[in-house]
Write a protein that binds this ligand. Structure first.
Ligand code: ATP
Ligand code: MG
Length: 289
């Protein structure tokens, strides 16, 4: 199993209490916008080469899970970080309200079908974790799932965490390296971003009244996130809580963590099945044609 990348954003394993004031802003000594953008570009350069090696090796997959409150910048981070990577080696899936077909299955079914193949990088924009976040904040959604609901709902979240830990452990033991990002935006920064969507006609399309309504449940979401981080940050599937109030800084940090993970995986080009001598003969023959 791959050892996670330690650092300030790695969520501790087996921790019962996750701090209420995890950083949403970059540290004071962080470089400015220009420095972050330069850092991101350097990471992306390296990601391209590492992804080629992962693809050629064709033995392991990398799964990147993104969770965040609305307007934290999931989409733009995924776009910014994966831009340099060959699209055929990378699969991005977004998970929204489950469809009728999805509700006819267990809660891990729809994401399991989208897991990355060996050699690929899979990106989950939201994931099965919504089943312990939005559904926990709105337990009435459980009615659509037609499952037995325990009298004490806490038992249900415990069961789900257990199922997720088992599933992730199974995947890790079978060649999928899992890295999870919680893009941690502050409530005030979210307010500013919603306001800017209302003030710029080019951003109107991004505005959703439902997102603003969801803000009222901020504390319930933060509680659900902390419980989720404590229950599911494990060495085989670590969570990184990345400050999200400054987008250039966040994108750079995410890219860096992905690059470091891939470097630690150290994918290798496979040996050619043919011997050097055999290849030399083929080369000669092709030249003669
Ligand atoms: P964007 O708004 O940036 O396009 P998004 O991920 O917010 O992206 P939306 O269509 O706005 O996409 O929202 C998806 C919604 O689906 C979110 O509110 C999320 O909580 C909800 N959702 C995701 N998974 C589930 C689930 N399993 N059960 C219920 N709701 C879910
Ligand atoms: Mg949305």
């Amino acid at each position: 199993m791959l050892t996670p990348i330690s650092g300030p954003y790695l969520v501790p394993f087996e921790s019962h209490h996750i701090s209420e004031d995890m950083a949403t802003a970059p540290p004071e000594d962080a470089p400015g916008k220009k420095g972050c953008k330069k850092g991101l570009a350097e990471e992306i350069d390296q990601l391209d080469d590492l992804q080629r090696r992962l693809y050629a090796e064709d033995r392991r997959a990398l799964l990147l899970v993104f969770q965040a409150m609305d307007a934290a910048g999931k989409d733009s981070t995924i776009r910014a970080v994966m831009t340099g990577v060959n699209p055929s080696g990378c699969q991005v899936y977004s998970f929204k309200q489950p469809s009728k077909e999805e509700l006819d299955h267990d809660f891990l079914w729809r994401t399991t079908r989208c897991l990355p193949e060996r050699g690929r990088i899979g990106v989950f924009n939201r994931s099965y974790y919504e089943e312990t976040l939005v559904v926990r904040v709105h337990p009435e959604y459980l009615q659509n799932q037609r499952i037995d609901i325990p009298d004490n709902l806490e038992d249900l979240w415990r069961q789900r965490f257990e199922a997720i830990r088992q599933q992730e452990k199974h995947l890790a033991a079978n060649g999928t390296v899992i890295v999870k990002f919680w893009l941690n935006v502050s409530r005030d920064e979210q307010r500013k971003r919603f306001l800017s969507r209302l003030e710029d006609p080019q951003k109107y399309w991004k505005f959703s009244a439902a997102d603003v309504a969801e803000r009222q449940h901020w504390d319930a979401y933060m509680h659900a996130y902390r419980e989720m981080l404590a229950a599911t940050s494990r060495p085989w599937a670590p969570w990184y809580a990345v400050p999200a109030d400054d987008k250039p800084f966040m994108r750079w940090q995410v890219a860096k963590l992905i690059r470091k993970t891939l470097e630690r995986m150290d994918p290798q080009y496979p040996d050619s099945p043919a011997s050097g001598e055999h290849l030399a003969q083929i080369r000669k023959r092709l030249k003669r044609e």
